[in-house]
Design a protein around this ligand. Structure first.
Ligand code: AHG
Ligand code: MN
Ligand code: MN
Length: 333
């Protein structure tokens, strides 16, 4: 039986008890935005060719960069829905506080276009979202509404624009994936209750940073490569440079993704990934899928944020592998 995302979202919300339906509607808004972004992604190459000589395409429309387009679309849709009071976006320095007339009870933190470096080479990209409750009193939100620990998340998910478009989300009752059927324009259930397989097949890390890694990461990566081991037990290595795509593959096939702290840039001692828009939502999904997410020595979702754009080391995926990394870290303390 074909199950659309709309029906699934409503069923999941019922598990929370009697509700107003606002939460379902918010998730549905995000699914609609994902369809629009997916459409733009699919014609990005065409837009590039047509728009190469100027800023307008053949229809006289403005050609926008995909990351700007995705950000503006999501902000526009969410801030006029009556369901959201604040939006923290990777693309905006400050949180967007929704006008009193439209303010709702949820907070959304998001990475509107993840893996933007992949756009020009036709590789996978994504959108990541995290939904939190409003914390402040009064109708209008405060900036600190966006600064909540991951454990407060009510839902999280991502959309992956790959060989097909897939939306994966969780409201705390497991992780479910939906594939966009372009012939009917609907997300249909394709991955019910996804869990990391027991076997960890892959490790995903930017090997180009190896010279800057600390001892913990160095030792862990030697372990996964089976260096010094008899018999050898190497994991496969896969790294596409978009966390959404690397995470998705590891979720389906079994794997661990790392963006650890490194000494590459003294201004980024905690690696590259953002706690609120990348690490926390993926950590929520990982835990819901039987995996784990660590900043190296502890649970990512327990970090109390102080800045919208703060970064954190990320080790996420099969639970046993994340635990192994933490064990090595403990042993070296
Ligand atoms: P974004 O495009 O939103 O800035 O995110 C890119 C992130 C993440 O998705 C990916 O895993 C990582 O950057 C790749 O970074 P490196 O190129 O340093 O490996
Ligand atoms: Mn990103
Ligand atoms: Mn981004």
């Amino acid at each position: 039986m074909l199950k659309t995302i709309e029906r699934h979202i409503i069923e999941e919300e019922r598990k929370l008890g009697p509700t107003s339906g606002t939460f379902s509607n918010l998730l549905h808004d995000i699914a609609v935005a994902a369809k629009v972004i997916s459409r733009e992604v699919r014609r990005a190459g065409i837009n590039d060719i047509i728009g190469a000589t100027g800023d307008t395409n053949v229809q006289g429309e403005q050609v926008q960069k995909l990351d700007v387009f995705s950000n503006e679309l999501l902000i526009n849709m969410l801030s006029h829905s009556g369901r959201v009071c604040a939006i923290g976006s990777e693309e905006n320095a400050e949180p967007i506080i929704v006008d009193e007339r439209w303010a709702g009870k949820y907070v959304v933190n998001m990475d509107p276009l993840d893996g933007s470096g992949n756009i020009g080479v036709n590789a996978s990209i994504g959108t990541i979202f995290s939904i939190l409750p409003k914390k402040s009193d009064g109708r209008v939100a405060q900036s600190f509404d966006c600064l909540q620990a991951g454990v407060n998340q009510l839902a999280a998910g991502y959309v992956m624009y790959g060989s097909s478009t897939v939306l994966v989300y969780s409201t705390g009752f497991g992780v479910h994936g939906f594939t966009l059927d372009p012939t009917v324009g609907e997300f249909v259930l394709s991955h019910n209750l996804v869990r990391f397989p027991d076997r960890c097949k892959y490790y995903s890390v930017n090997e180009g940073n190896a010279a800057y890694w600390d001892e913990v990461t160095r030792r862990y990566i030697e372990f996964v490569k089976g260096i010094g081991d008899k018999p050898k037990r190497p994991f496969g290595h896969r790294y596409i440079g978009a966390m959404v795509a690397d995470f998705h593959r590891n979720l389906i096939d079994g794997g661990v993704f790392l963006y650890p702290k490194d000494l590459k840039d003294p201004n980024k001692p905690n690696g590259k990934l953002r706690l609120l828009v990348e690490a926390n939502p993926m950590a929520f999904l990982a835990e819901q899928a039987g995996g784990w997410a660590s900043h190296g020595t502890g649970r990512i979702m327990e970090i109390v944020p102080t800045d919208l754009h703060q970064r954190t080391p990320v080790i996420v995926g099969n639970r046993a592998e994340v635990a192994r990394y933490e064990e090595i870290a403990k042993g070296l303390q």
